[in-house]
Ligand binder design. Sequence first.
Ligand code: OGA
Ligand code: MN
Length: 293
Amino acid sequence: MSATVQVIRPGFVAEIGNVDLRTVIAPDDVAIIQNAVDNHPVLVFRGPTLTNDQHIAFSKNFGNLSRATEYQKDPMKRRLGGEMTDASNLSEDNQVLGAGDRRRMNNLGSRRWHTDGSYKALSGKYSLLHCHTEIADGGQTQFADMRGGYDALPERMKQLIDKLVVVHSIFYSREVVGFGGFSPEEQSTLPQARHPLVRVHPASGRKSLYISSHAWHIEGWPIPEGIDLLHELTEYATQPDNVYTHQWQVGDLTMWDNRFTMHRARRHWPETAVRDMRRTTIEEAAPPLQQAA
Ligand code: OGA
Ligand code: MN
């Protein structure tokens, strides 16, 4: 029997069943999943837990993996290989990171609404986030539908933003959470990226907002004017009825389309409890400004 698609939120979230992500996925099932994510930019798969290699192999069905971002001069000891991003609160020897640890400060950035890799020219297309531990209290991941966010805008706002280009930088999103002080040398490793503010969702033809905590400068605008607009758009797009909250169970994997959603992590209680989350990201085939639409 083929993979099944159960709609959770029409046009936004669906759960995929009857497919074992530990195995080589049959081409027909890859096509079902691809079609599902084309129509529902957030997909949920339930257990069992995958090895890192199985997670990576499944991800490669959907494009090229991007390497985990390294921008700190003294590379931190990594728990996972370079094809995975460590979204956990763990050190390389599986100890919960302390408050001052730069890896923890980096990951606190994920608690702000964002889209993965928007600070790169080849930004994140899909992300696949997998839960390895029970998270008893809190620690959800939330997703906002950016086509719904666009639809919620008043007409004159849609006209104002239609052709705008936005500059994204990982150093901006770290600074605003109080994690800064990067040297020019560190900053030169990840130059800023320019992206359209409005994109078109191919399957539905609907317009969508492309914003992120990394977004900071509207090209051609004074900096404070741009930051003000970006905050306002984020507020429109993250109204509760436009948000899906995923409560994690061990073995869950969520796959989302970064082009048409934003997401954020929520606090878990107590923070000394392990939250072991691992992510792969598929990169865009071309910079968004060069894509048709
Ligand atoms: C990520 C991310 C959210 C979370 O891995 O890109 O934002 O809930 N994670 O861990
Ligand atoms: Mn993220």
